[in-house]
Design a protein around this ligand. Structure first.
Ligand SMILES: C[S@@+](CC[C@H](N)C(=O)[O-])C[C@H]1O[C@@H](n2cnc3c(N)ncnc32)[C@H](O)[C@@H]1O
Length: 299
């Protein structure tokens, strides 16, 4: 897809939408992308300012030279490892669009399980309003989605990154839920009032160990914030603090839901049991059958 190939010579085929997609899919495949065709479609749709579906009815069309220039640049950066979500500036989570940048973790589909668990628990509760705390809100994916799907919830969302808080605030505004989310720049529970209490505390904290971090794909390690991923030498460090501190902020019968990796599931279960304040400690598995959430109730 070089300049010289941009336009046809007499015996060369034109660079139609379909041909661009096929060439780029192949290129991304060689570069080790897990989803080469999807990446190509999202980037070409972005360059053409249309939806992915619209590409399907435009396979035979030739993008304009401006669109091709924009697409070529996106393909180059994706080829160098930039995540597609950062290139287009957003990611869908729970069918909602979230702005992302290099300052926030790109929301992952696994985290939708956490949202489902929190919504299920909230719907089983009698009290109104339901007070929710989201620790490590990042793009605001969890907090904003819960606010959207639980109109009776009042949400507090904290993050130690000011840049993340700005993006989360922007996402809350876009989804018209800013009036029910209080964003606080805080080291875990540090900036919360001691007398505050919550019915649900949910968190997708950093849970990657140093050894795992060193092995992460460059497209994650080199492009997403280290403090969103790396917990410390063991991977359990942040979870451990949350398990220790959360009982002070949970109402009796309140639920704590923590996303984790299967690698640290056993260790986190031990920590939760050893804490002595929790009951109904259970795992929830993701679609691949991995233990992905640890959910428990404060006694
Ligand atoms: C794995 S990301 C989760 C982001 C978002 N909740 C999501 O699920 O997409 C972890 C987040 O926790 C934040 N974080 C890390 N350490 C923290 C701390 N000590 N206090 C508050 N937030 C922290 C990071 O800045 C990051 O935004």
């Amino acid at each position: 897809m070089t300049d010289s190939k941009d336009r046809t010579s007499s015996n060369e085929q034109p660079w139609t939408v379909l041909r661009l997609l096929e060439w780029t899919t192949d290129f991304f495949k060689q570069r080790g992308s897990d989803s080469p065709r999807l990446d190509a479609e999202v980037l070409l749709a972005h360059a053409r300012d249309c939806s992915r579906i619209e590409l399907y009815t435009a396979f035979g069309q030739e993008p304009t030279s401006e669109e091709r220039v924009a697409f070529r640049e996106l393909v180059r950066r994706r080829g160098e490892g930039s995540p597609v979500a950062q290139l287009v500036g957003y990611r869908e989570f729970y069918s909602l669009k979230f702005r992302v940048s290099e300052d926030v973790l790109i929301p992952r589909p696994e985290t939708e399980h956490l949202v489902v668990e929190a919504i299920d628990h909230a719907k089983s509760m009698q009290s109104v309003p339901i007070r929710v705390l989201d620790i490590g809100t990042g793009s605001g994916a969890i907090a904003v989605t819960l606010a959207k799907y639980l109109p009776e919830a009042e949400i507090t969302a904290v993050d130690c990154s000011e840049a993340a808080i700005k993006i989360a605030t922007w996402n809350a505004q876009q989804h018209n839920v800013s009036d029910r989310i209080r964003f606080i720049h805080s080291d875990l529970f540090g900036a919360l009032d001691a007398e505050q209490s919550f019915d649900i505390i949910c968190t997708n904290p950093p849970y990657v160990s140093q050894a795992e971090y060193d092995q992460l794909a460059p497209s994650v390690r080199d492009f997403e914030p280290r403090q969103a991923l790396l917990a410390g030498p063991l991977g359990t460090e942040v979870v451990e603090v949350i398990l220790r501190e959360a009982p002070r902020y949970l109402t009796p019968g309140g639920r704590l839901i923590i996303e984790l990796s299967p690698m640290i599931a056993d260790a986190c279960e031990e920590l939760a049991k050893g804490q002595g304040s929790y009951t109904e400690i259970k795992f929830i598995k993701d679609l691949e059958g991995h233990r992905r959430l640890l959910s428990m109730v404060r006694e």
